[in-house]
Design a protein around this ligand. Structure first.
Ligand code: PHE
Ligand code: ZN
Ligand code: ZN
Ligand code: ZN
Length: 297
């Protein structure tokens, strides 16, 4: 159905306000969250997604928003959450980091709509996080705000942060080898890794394991015991000779030469790499939404 519910919880405001993003002046701030959030709300009104916008005090006087949209169909107690951060660092426009991830979610939402929601067994929740660059604040706020039963209702969380690095690799989060001190990746994270790797293997496209250290918005989910996974094509790290052999590009040069810089513009995206990654994300998301997933907990 073509319904949009936007819940705006402004700091100091009581209760949800249904409608559109009605107070843009109180939703500023880090990165493009508010502007993009307003655009998403508008699109959702036409599109059949339920949108919830939550704001959070990030630091000092600043506030930002998570934009959260659910499909109408699918089990609400077995949610497939797909997330990407919407903010950028102040230094640049953040097109690879993380316009690519944010756009991938939109593409997948459109694809789900095109294919029809009737086949969805499990609800898909799209989450555009605010304030990732300030220390995963939007996703942390969201996970902290979940009641125990809300937390259990999330079967797994996928995360996409930097999908088209110009000198990138095709990195799948190494779900069966969490290296975060003291935090074991929840069982299920390895199975998600395998789904991505199997997809690319069938397409004869190379992949590599991307360190699963909590340096993006899946971290708070892992810490809460929710299985997580996703992909990334590389940030400030330097490409190895073996990676250049497998993926092309330049050994000894950073995966993203414009990481957190002013030059992170549209030109700073490997569109071919992005395109193949979006295909994989669409495939895995649809598969998870259309099949039975082990209920978390
Ligand atoms: N989360 C980092 C950022 O947004 C990017 C990153 C992800 C770096 C994973 C390393 C590993 O800047
Ligand atoms: Zn970043
Ligand atoms: Zn990022
Ligand atoms: Zn692995």
């Amino acid at each position: 159905g073509a319904s949009a519910v936007v819940i705006y919880n402004g700091p100091g405001e009581k209760g949800p306000v249904n409608g559109t993003l009605n107070k843009p002046s109180t939703l500023p701030v880090i990165g493009p969250s508010h502007k993009v959030g307003a655009a998403l709300a508008k699109a959702a009104e036409k599109g059949g997604l339920h949108l919830r916008v939550r704001t959070d005090t990030v630091h000092g006087e600043r506030r930002t928003a998570n934009v959260i949209a659910d499909t109408d169909h699918g089990r609400g107690d077995n949610v497939v959450l797909v997330g990407a951060h919407l903010d950028s660092v102040p230094a640049g426009p953040g097109i690879n980091d993380n316009g690519t991830g944010a756009a991938a979610l939109l593409a997948i939402a459109a694809k789900i709509k095109e294919l029809g929601e009737d086949g969805l067994r499990n609800r898909v929740r799209f989450a555009w996080w605010g304030a990732e660059e300030e220390g995963l604040r939007g996703s942390t706020h969201y996970v902290k705000s979940l009641s125990p039963s809300d937390r259990k209702s999330i079967a797994l969380a996928l995360n996409f942060d930097m999908l088209g690095s110009v000198n990138g690799t095709r990195g799948v989060y190494d779900g069966d080898h969490s290296v975060r001190a003291g935090v074991r990746a929840p069982a299920g994270s390895g199975a998600i890794e395998k789904m991505f790797r199997d997809y690319f293997e069938r397409r004869h496209l190379p992949t590599t394991e991307h360190v699963f250290d909590g340096r993006s918005d899946y971290g708070p989910f892992v810490e809460a015991g929710i299985p997580a996974g996703g992909m990334a094509t590389g940030a400030e790290g330097v490409k190895t000779a073996a990676e250049a052999e497998a993926f092309g590009g330049s050994a000894g040069k950073p995966y993203d030469p414009c990481y957190h810089k002013k030059c992170d513009r549209l030109k700073n995206v490997n569109l071919k790499l992005l395109d193949s990654n979006v295909d994989a994300i669409a495939h895995v998301t649809q598969h998870l939404a259309r099949t039975t997933v082990a209920v978390n907990g």
